[in-house]
Design a protein around this ligand. Structure first.
Ligand code: ZN
Length: 303
């Protein structure tokens, strides 16, 4: 269904004449295949957030093993390094991969190295002697480093990195989906008309609240501090201005005004829809209730 919806939406945009150079999605195999086969002229990129999330999960799992513990304090830096590799390589796929792999040097406290006769160095400013002493670098022959190396050089990750070099995000789409959940929770069933109206409300809500500013106090940006269970570290998250729901008032006022002016007629109540759902999923008819009760009671007796 996702692939069908995706294709319809994309075809519609192309039909409208929108010039699409890059399409950013998660790594869903069906979308991948579709892009590769049917839209060869559109560059397909993956959202780094999705890739980073699955990498983080693997890193945390690995670093929970007894002889990999030294890796845990590095998890967040490694995740940041992945973002940095994508954001700083300006669409150059090879450079993105090279930058990513450089983590294997830095994490051992090596900030200059040679590769194929060329000298490379870390992009960070030189470390002070104290920094170099204090940091808990990984040992070259440690189990933790070997485990990390395996994850960093994983074939599928290196392949996907080549499609992340433009550093494009689907974050706003995720945020929109979050707003949609407020109007149309996934666990409830809505009719088509209702779903459409709820999606339209979500669009209005999202559009009036998009681009909210990072909240400041006396000129200083505000953060909230949270402890994350996965990496067992404290993190700072920006605090944004509160959302506004005033559009609802405008909407209601507009509707009332149109009714007063009689430019809007109430829609006739739709006829009740027949229930097409079965009352249960059982493939065999229900036995007599007295039989079921007797079974339950006999089970109790056995206890
Ligand atoms: Zn370094």
């Amino acid at each position: 269904m996702e692939a069908v919806g995706f294709q319809r939406g994309l075809n519609h945009l192309l039909y409208l004449g929108v010039d699409i150079g890059v399409m950013v999605t998660d790594r869903s195999p069906s979308i991948r295949k579709l892009m590769r086969e049917s839209y060869v002229n559109i560059r397909h990129e993956y959202d780094p957030w999705h890739v980073n999330k699955s990498l983080k999960k693997k890193l945390v799992t690995v670093s929970k093993k007894k002889d990999h513990r030294e890796l845990l304090p590095w998890v967040r830096s490694i995740n940041n390094h992945l973002y940095w590799s994508c954001s700083s390589s300006h669409g150059d796929e090879e450079e993105c991969v090279r930058r990513w792999k450089s983590v294997l040097h830095h994490i051992r406290g090596i900030h200059r190295w040679e590769d194929n006769g060329r000298e490379y160095k870390c992009a960070h400013p030189p470390l002070t002697e104290e920094d170099q002493e204090k940091k808990r670098w990984l040992e070259h022959d440690s189990a933790a480093f070997r485990a990390l190396k395996e994850l960093v050089l994983e074939k599928t990750l290196l392949r996907d990195l080549r499609q992340m070099a433009l550093f494009k995000h689907t974050g706003s789409l995720e945020a929109f989906h979050n707003v949609t959940l407020k109007y149309a929770p996934k666990r409830l069933h809505f009719t088509y008309d209702s779903m459409r109206a709820r999606t339209e409300l979500a669009i209005m809500d999202y559009n009036v609240n998009v681009g909210r500013q990072h909240k400041t106090l006396e000129g200083k940006p505000q953060y909230k501090y949270m402890y994350t269970k996965t990496t067992q570290q404290w993190v700072a998250k920006p605090v944004y201005e509160a959302t506004s729901q005033l559009f609802r008032h405008d909407l209601m006022e507009g509707v009332l005004k149109m009714r007063e002016e009689r430019s809007l007629e109430p829609l006739p109540r739709p006829p009740p829809r027949p229930r097409r759902l079965l009352s249960n999923i059982a493939p065999v008819p229900r036995p007599d209730p007295s039989e079921l009760v007797a079974q339950r009671l006999s089970r109790f007796k056995q206890l």
